[in-house]
Design a protein around this ligand. Sequence first.
Ligand SMILES: Cc1cc2nc3c(=O)[nH]c(=O)nc-3n(C[C@H](O)[C@H](O)[C@H](O)COP(=O)(O)O)c2cc1C
Length: 341
Amino acid sequence: MSSSHVPDLRTRYLGLELRSPLVASASPATGTVDGMVRLEAAGAAAVVLPSLFEEQLTHDQVEVQAYLDAGSESFGEALSFVPEVTDYNTGPERYLGLLGEARERLSIPVIASLNGTTLGGWAHYAHLCEQAGADALELNEYLLAADPSDSPDVVEGRYLELVEAVVASVDIPVAVKLSPYFTSFGHLARRLVDAGASGLVLFNRFTRLDVDLDTLELHLPVDLSTPQALGLPLRWTGMLFSSVDASLAVSGGVHSGLDAAKALLVGADVAMTTSAVLKGGAAALTGIEAELTEWLTEHEYESVAQLRGSVSRARVPDPSVYERANYVHSLTRYASRFQPR
Ligand SMILES: Cc1cc2nc3c(=O)[nH]c(=O)nc-3n(C[C@H](O)[C@H](O)[C@H](O)COP(=O)(O)O)c2cc1C
């Protein structure tokens, strides 16, 4: 093949045909239709809307209850007692409106995101997202196992229940975005796929807990990632490739075309990016695509399909690199170069 040949970037994710593996993940950058149009123009192959959070659903359900309790005449008065949760995403009505408008104005797939912890109205809202035009759903499952009396099985059972309920209520594909903090992540991944998940997004990030030393208040700052965050998604994508029958998305630490190439090499179908876009604007995606294309061309890959998974655990000569064994080598190498000061 001539090195000037333009590589074929196309990939499939959740059964959707994408022009490239670069997806704009959920964040304020996908929170307006204009923002999503800019991302599409800059090369995003799909967009994931910010999540509709359970707190917002609860607010909506409280509104309905207030309406029922108070009668329609005093609806407004009853509502004034309902706390608003509007800082990030404005609530279900506006969310569905945003989704519908995005579907009309964009030609790339539009993925809605639901962030929940309990069964609540999830199945219902998943169905409404499908009706509003979502091409797929991302379930951002954010359950912290805070109660020490809950066994891992109980906690994981909640994840599975939620997936089963949502998958049963829609015809569009459902991906699950997870945190890596499970004893046997691969086992849970398989169970989620058996429960109907078409894809796994690795990973969700918990907000960082911090203490303000002046006020002694706790707070949860939102940090942007650095490329170092890529290590964990790379490891688990490489471990799951060809061992689960689902699409895989790397989310966390993709800041360059080289990061995206690494995600594909371990087996991702798509590389998602948020922090790079929040820092550099939509144009960051154009740069990532150009760098990925250049790398593929230089290394004489004809397509993304050709390199995908080639350094996954199933394909490397020494799979133990993915496991603890190599830890010893890495530490030994570090120690041999360490100069005490
Ligand atoms: C400001 C901000 C808002 C985010 N909002 C959401 C969200 O609504 N739903 C979600 O699933 N992830 C959300 N994320 C997480 C991102 O989608 C992404 O998974 C994470 O930032 C890691 O990717 P990155 O390293 O490319 O930033 C948010 C991240 C940031 C920084």
